[in-house]
Design a binder for this molecule. Sequence first.
Ligand SMILES: Cc1cc2nc3c(=O)[nH]c(=O)nc-3n(C[C@H](O)[C@H](O)[C@H](O)COP(=O)(O)OP(=O)(O)OC[C@H]3O[C@@H](n4cnc5c(N)ncnc54)[C@H](O)[C@@H]3O)c2cc1C
Length: 480
Amino acid sequence: MSLTSEAVIEQLGQIVDTDRVITDEPTLKLASVDHFRKLQTIFDTHTRQLPVAVVMANSTDEVSKILAFADANDVNVVARTGGTATEGGLESGTDRSIVVDGSLIDEIINIDPYNMQATVGCGVPLQTLEDACREVGLTTGHSPQSKPIASMGGLVATRSRGQLSTLYGGIEDMVVGCEVVFAGGEVSRIKSIPRRAAGPDIRHIVIGNEGALCYITEVTVKLFPFMPENNQYLGWTTKEMSEGFEVLREVMVAGFKPAVARLYDYEDGQLQFSHMADPDEVTIIFTTEGNARIAEATAEGIREIVAKHPGCKPIEPRLVDEWFNDLVWDETKVVREANRIRDERNVNRTTEVSADWTSIQKIYDAVIPRIRAEIDGITLLGGHSSHSYINGTNLYFNYFFDLGDTAPENETEELYMPIISIIVEETLRYGGSIVHHHGMGKARAPWVKDEYGTSYPMLEKLKAVYDPNGVMNMGTIIPN
Ligand SMILES: Cc1cc2nc3c(=O)[nH]c(=O)nc-3n(C[C@H](O)[C@H](O)[C@H](O)COP(=O)(O)OP(=O)(O)OC[C@H]3O[C@@H](n4cnc5c(N)ncnc54)[C@H](O)[C@@H]3O)c2cc1C
């Protein structure tokens, strides 16, 4: 027989100190949603199933005991560290859910400048690690816009990607080892080594699992020299997105590794660059960094490539530098944006996808007119490419819409999901991926079979093996 909520709370209190089993309603309401249903928090109109409790674990041993208890008693576990999820990964998914918060597992265990790696607890905020690394002349190279508010466990769990990804890679290129806890409480460590060929790379069962396969308690990531004095900032405007994509493609194919490589379309560009670009222009941005010779050669190579595109007009580097330094989102910006939405009832949402160079323009050309034609109340619609590869790039659609008469608690289903559906349909039509870096969460889980195609059974089998009783973040990645 299932335990009652009271019994769940009581038994959790035997595993951790009772003051770390939090059950007050305001805390549970906040824990019932993430940014996917952010309007429920902004307008305080929560409708989702509340978790039974938020449990603050402070060690791997506690996580192990909590997961053993949950597995034995059919209690769903929602892992949480920074709480900045955007795709519903933190929603309860069931009425017998607990949030296991790892933000107290926050020790920087080691910064090793000789072997160029750092080992941290899952609850270490990325900004904290980055600041500590910079004190000894190093950087993680990881710079998602949520750097000040996201933590290492969540960043690994969502396969996050930072603004400097073209040079340093995504989190999957940075994680060299980790410690995780599986449903039932089994603890596994994957040792930190530069590379090995001892069978499949099992790190990838952990990276991107979104709490649906295991709980990440510790990670070891690569470090890089921090040499901001060598940074170079480059920017151009031109008239056509196609020319912008072509510049990005040529830079990547030529083998250059700028830190930032971005292309903003017209409306998205005006949000950022109205002081440097006209409304009928798109904006191309690069930065280079690292070793002075490499940074200089990369900037020179990019300039040579752009010179072959006579439509491109240069932007003053100082303006690119100023823009870039204001890009990350701290708590103040999040609160300011929430206040703006409450006051104006105008909502900003984003959806990020990826595809090869042949398909990316087709997706852009298909999505933008469809949203304009099919969705009422759009007040801004655009997008940018912010992460490029030799074989393609991503597209981050950025859009605003008026709430109109829609109740804030229904915004996600009635206004946001129809737009996501258009983006997903067109991305799948042209063979792209429906998620570039935010994770599947519960938002994009309905399309998981379309995304994976004939490889879907591989994913299903992983879930069956590592979470046989289905207690790990139910409904995330794989829908209920
Ligand atoms: C303003 C803003 C800007 C953003 N910018 C970027 C960006 O530039 N790049 C980018 O990639 N993302 C970005 N994001 C999305 C978000 O920050 C990332 O997905 C981040 O990786 C989440 O980390 P977190 O610590 O906040 O995780 P959480 O929000 O706590 O959790 C995220 C997911 O991971 C799971 N999880 C959390 N901790 C663990 C753990 N220890 N073990 C297993 N599973 C766990 C959760 O269950 C959930 O499914 C942004 C979000 C916001 C709000």
